[in-house]
Ligand binder design. Structure first.
Ligand code: PLP
Length: 308
C-alpha cells in the first residue's frame, strides 16, 4: 500500500522534514536486518485522535531490542511522548499508522553490531484498511504458505526483528501471486503459527481458539490480546491451543488480528470456504466491538487509548 507523505519524522530526538529523513547507504540494518520495529495505529475518537495501546507497543519494541541485545537510548516514556508528538505535529486528526524503528546506523560493518550506533525513527501517515475494505467487510482468501515460519531457534519470533520479515515477505508475495489476499504460515512442526503480519483465531462450537504464541513461534499480538479481552467481555470462551490445517478447513468461523489489518474475517483457506464463506456472527461481534473500542466509543476500553 502506498505511503502518503506527512510533514515530519522523529529521528533521534529531533523532528526532521519528511524528505530529509534519510540514512547512509552503509547503515548496518540495511545490510544485515539488525533492528526492530513496531506498527501502531491512532484513531479519531470523540476526544480527539488517540493512539491505541501505545505503551504496550513501545514495551514490545523494547523487549524486541532486549532479545537482539540492542540498548535503546530512549526511555519508554520518551518513546511514547515522541510518538504522540509525531501524530500532533503532522495533524493526523483522522487517525494514522505509526512506524517506530530502532536501527543500527552507520559506523561499523561486519556481523557484530555491538559497537554500531543505535538510532530511532518514528514516522506516521494516513493508512487505510491493510487487507482492503472489501476484505474487512466480506472476508479474505487465505493460502497456507509453502514457506514455513522460521523456527524460534533460528530467529526470535517474539521480537519484531527487521530481518525476520523476509520470511513474512516471501509468504506474502507467494500468496498474492497465486491470487490470495494473505498467507498462513506453519511452524517447523507443521502446526499453524500465524499469518505474515497477523495472528489468527478460529471459532469452533462457539469457542474462540488461537495458537499459543510462544509454542507456535508466533508474535504475541496486541490486537490478539485485545480480542481476548473483548471476547471474554462479550461472554465467549477463548482457548489457546495448537492447531493444524484441518482445524482451519473445518472451522465454523475464522478471522485474523493485527494492528495494520485490524480484525478481518477469513472467507476461505486454500479454496475451502470457512463456514458459509461469509463473516460469522461471533467474528462480526468481535470486529464491531474492536472498532468501537479503538474509536473511543466504549468507556470500558478507554484505558487503551493514549491522548496526543
Ligand atoms: C508476524 C506478526 N504476527 C502478528 C502480528 C500482530 O501483532 P499486533 O496485533 O500487535 O499488531 C504482527 C504485527 O505486528 C506481526 O508482524
Amino acid at each position: 500500500m502506498p505511503i502518503t507523505p506527512t510533514k515530519k519524522i522523529w529521528m533521534d530526538g529531533h523532528l526532521v522534514d519528511w524528505e530529509s529523513a534519510n540514512v547512509h547507504v552503509l547503515t548496518h540494518t540495511l545490510h544485515y536486518g539488525t533492528g526492530a520495529f513496531e506498527g501502531i495505529r491512532a484513531y479519531s475518537t470523540p476526544k480527539g485522535v488517540t493512539i491505541f495501546r501505545l505503551r504496550e507497543h513501545m514495551e514490545r519494541l523494547l523487549r524486541s531490542c532486549k532479545i537482539l541485545m540492542i540498548e535503546v537510548p530512549f526511555t519508554l516514556d520518551e518513546l511514547c511522548e515522541a510518538t504522540a508528538q509525531v501524530v500532533r505535529v503532522n495533524e493526523l486528526h483522522d487517525g494514522c499508522y505509526i512506524r517506530p524503528l530502532v536501527y543500527l546506523g552507520y559506523g561499523e560493518m561486519g556481523l557484530s553490531p555491538l559497537s554500531s550506533p543505535v538510532n530511532v525513527a518514528i514516522a506516521a501517515w494516513p493508512w487505510g484498511a491493510y487487507l482492503g475494505d472489501d476484505g474487512l467487510a466480506n472476508g479474505v482468501k487465505m493460502k497456507i504458505s509453502s514457506w514455513a515460519r522460521h523456527s524460534p531457534n533460528a530467529m526470535p519470533t517474539a521480537s519484531k526483528t527487521v530481518g525476520g520479515y523476509v520470511n513474512s515477505s516471501l509468504a506474502k508475495v507467494e500468496a498474492l501471486k497465486a491470487g490470495y489476499d494473505e498467507a498462513i504460515m506453519l511452524g517447523a512442526d507443521g502446526r499453524i503459527s500465524e499469518c505474515t503480519g497477523e495472528n489468527l483465531f478460529i471459532v469452533r462450537d462457539g469457542v474462540l481458539i488461537s495458537p499459543p504464541p510462544s509454542e507456535a513461534g508466533a508474535l504475541r499480538g496486541i490486537t490478539q490480546a485485545s480480542v481476548v479481552t473483548i471476547a471474554n467481555d462479550l461472554g465467549y470462551e477463548v482457548s489457546f491451543e495448537s492447531m493444524r490445517r484441518d482445524d482451519l478447513y473445518l472451522a465454523d468461523e475464522a478471522f485474523l488480528t493485527g494492528t495494520a489489518a485490524e480484525v478481518v474475517p477469513i472467507g476461505s483457506v486454500d479454496d475451502r470456504l470457512v463456514g458459509s464463506g461469509k463473516p460469522g456472527p461471533i467474528t462480526k461481534a468481535i470486529q464491531s466491538t474492536y472498532f468501537q473500542a479503538v474509536r473511543g466509543e466504549l468507556a470500558q476500553y478507554e484505558s487503551w487509548l493514549a491522548r496526543v
